[in-house]
Design a protein around this ligand. Structure first.
Ligand SMILES: [Zn+2]
Ligand SMILES: [Zn+2]
Length: 238
């Protein structure tokens, strides 16, 4: 049975959220840009997911294309929000963590950063806060897997690693061209920004060490272990 459903906010996987199906409850991972709640709810119903069965919302990091509709979805789903301590300021202020937006290409500094800096989400508080390298076991939702701290893209970035080999690593890497993949949508590339490339490499190695096979990304289509290793070895080469 497929455990991870990709919910795309824009066509071609330009911005993705995910749903992890559990035996007891399901988990929503990320909430898209502001005003994405209707799109997400619509895709959930298309997959026959009952809203009351969603028991947790994970916000992977403090960029507005991931927490933009957190407050609205928390209110609709009545589910707690989980985030890392080092990124929670973004959720609380409703703004992206600008100091982490270190562009991987000059274009993004000009085209994307001003937009991310301007956009504002409804502020809210996380209900569950992970600290340091604390892990969060998902067995209470009937899901064999855990949330781990994978810093680098931002200091408090989180990934979800499942025992079936699926891993949601969000913006640790991207695939496709531009944001997501209109063509070449499984080709590896840098996301627009990374806070700390060394940490990204270490976090990818951490995720690769956990018997993972398929990697789900915030921008672009899922990629294989071979592709992620290529990204780490070639594009993140020190
Ligand atoms: Zn990001
Ligand atoms: Zn992103």
């Amino acid at each position: 049975m497929q455990k991870v459903l990709q919910l795309s906010i824009f066509p071609f996987g330009m911005i993705n959220c995910f749903l992890i199906k559990g035996e007891t409850k399901h988990i929503l991972v990320d909430t898209g840009v502001p005003n994405s709640e209707k799109k997400i709810i619509k895709q959930l119903s298309k997959h026959n997911i009952k809203l009351e069965d969603i028991g947790l919302i994970i916000i992977t990091h403090g960029h507005i294309d991931h927490f933009g509709s957190a407050k609205e979805l928390k209110d609709i789903l009545k589910a707690p929000l989980l985030m890392h301590d080092l990124d929670k300021i973004a959720l609380q202020s409703g703004r992206s963590m600008l100091e982490t937006l270190k562009p991987n290409h000059r274009l993004w500094d000009v085209v994307l950063k001003p937009k991310l800096a301007k956009d504002k989400a409804s502020p809210c508080l996380p209900d569950i806060v992970l600290k340091g390298d604390e892990e969060y076991d998902l067995s209470i939702y009937g899901i064999k897997g855990k949330i781990i701290h994978t810093p680098g893209h931002t200091p408090g970035s989180l990934s979800v690693v499942l025992e079936n080999g699926d891993a949601i690593i969000m913006d640790l890497a991207s695939s496709g061209i531009l944001l997501g993949g209109i063509v070449f949508n499984s080709r590896m590339k840098h996301p627009p920004f990374h806070d700390n490339l060394n940490q990204v490499r270490n976090s990818i190695n951490h995720v690769l060490s956990l018997n993972t096979e398929t990697f789900y990304l915030g921008h672009g289509n899922p990629v294989s272990r071979k592709s992620l290793m290529h990204y780490s070895e070639i594009l993140l080469k020190p």
